[in-house]
Design a protein around this ligand. Structure first.
Ligand SMILES: [Zn+2]
Length: 379
């Protein structure tokens, strides 16, 4: 997608999430409650007005305030799109399906609004539906968008790329890119746009613990995307930048990179288990690369004939595992694999919960090693 249509659809989607949230805030809190998605959407509108000089009779075309955003949604979107220069209209028509969308909200008497029929339609869009009631609407929405891009084919190739610490920073100059980086950018330009942001620092560092590029919110103040790393940051490693480049963004780091590290360690155990003879073979992400969501990460065929469905989960609160939507398979055991640093009580909370008893169990990577008779490296 080209920059304008990508930013324009972001403005519309964030704006929709934000207005929806704003309308659900009780009246007495209206003045004090801040809606980040709405502020961001107005910011994008202002940015595009400025960058593309979007004016009609000296009035800016795209909405820059909450009120203007609401007004835009009270009419079919094409009313505002038609005011844009022809080449931008073409871009929106060719690259998005926003042109045909009717009014999304309707004002009712007391200055409030409700969803229209098109509004309900918009809300049922998968990424919107999954994020609209989340506390962090935008982060969840971006994560869903990335997931949809992943599922458009070559799932495994895309995901393996994004889980590899070698790819958390990519120089813009192709001479310094690896072959896989060049291929990824060329084959999946939209996914690349969604997952990476331009680097703005003159020097960058890698977290020694997890491999991610450290964030530097204020000059000289370093943070890792994973909070767990922040006590180990004195060991950071400087990265050779080779000029301008791009850094993996937070949403991708949280949704793909970190869960991926756990998957990588499970994969290692299974590979050794095959050599040891306890595992016959396994499939990585079966179903997911065919666009089926919510399946397990590994389907493992054990030597003794049993089948295990393994799902890697690295979440702080066991609650998310307990209420996880599980896809079962007849005669197969469902097992959650969690990192080694999860305490026993964490496992017990899951394994003793009635929603998990006889359905699924939870073990750590080191427990998996033990069961599959895979020896520790240093043992
Ligand atoms: Zn880290």
């Amino acid at each position: 997608m080209q920059e304008f249509s990508a930013e324009f659809s972001k403005m519309v989607n964030y704006g929709f999430l934000g207005i929806y949230r704003r309308l659900s805030i009780p009246e007495e809190d209206l003045q004090t409650r801040f809606v980040p998605a709405l502020t961001k959407a107005c910011g994008i509108g202002a940015y595009l007005n400025f960058k593309y000089n979007l004016k009609e009779a000296e009035r800016r075309i795209l909405p820059e305030t909450e009120r203007e955003m609401f007004k835009m949604f009270e009419m079919p979107l094409e009313e505002i799109i038609n005011k844009l220069p022809q080449e931008l209209i073409n871009q929106i028509q060719e690259e998005t399906d926003l042109y045909g969308i009717g009014a999304l909200f309707e004002s009712i008497d007391d200055g409030k609004g409700v969803l229209t029929e098109d509004g309900y339609e918009m809300r049922s869009n998968r990424a919107i539906y999954k994020s609209i009631n989340c506390l962090e609407q935008m982060g969840e929405y971006d994560g869903q968008q990335i997931f949809e891009e992943l599922c458009k084919g070559e799932y495994r190739e895309k995901r393996v790329f994004l889980e590899n610490p070698d790819n958390v920073y990519i120089p813009d100059n192709s001479i310094y890119q690896s072959d896989t980086q060049q291929k990824f950018i060329k084959s999946f330009p939209d996914l690349f746009e969604r997952c990476y942001q331009p680097n703005r620092r003159l020097s960058i560092y890698r977290c020694k613990r997890c491999g991610m590029i450290l964030r530097e919110p204020r000059l000289g103040v370093f943070l890792c995307v994973s909070k767990k790393c922040n006590q180990f940051l004195d060991e950071k490693v400087e990265v050779e930048m080779h000029g301008a480049g791009r850094i993996m963004n937070d949403v991708t780091a949280r949704n793909i990179f970190y869960p991926g590290q756990l998957e990588r360690s499970i994969k290692e155990v299974l590979d050794v288990a095959i050599k040891k003879g306890t595992v016959d073979r396994y499939e990585l992400w079966p179903g997911k690369y065919e666009g089926i969501y919510d399946t397990w990460d590994f389907k493992v065929y054990l030597k003794d004939g049993r089948i295990w469905l393994l799902d890697a989960k690295d979440v702080e609160n066991p609650h998310w595992i307990i209420i996880d939507k599980r896809e079962f398979l007849k005669n197969a055991d469902f097992i959650y694999i969690v990192p080694n640093d999860k305490p026993k009580v964490y496992l017990e909370q899951i394994n003793n919960n009635t929603r998990c008893l006889n359905e699924a169990r939870c073990i750590r990577v080191k427990d998996l090693k033990k069961i599959l008779e895979v020896k520790e490296k240093n043992a």
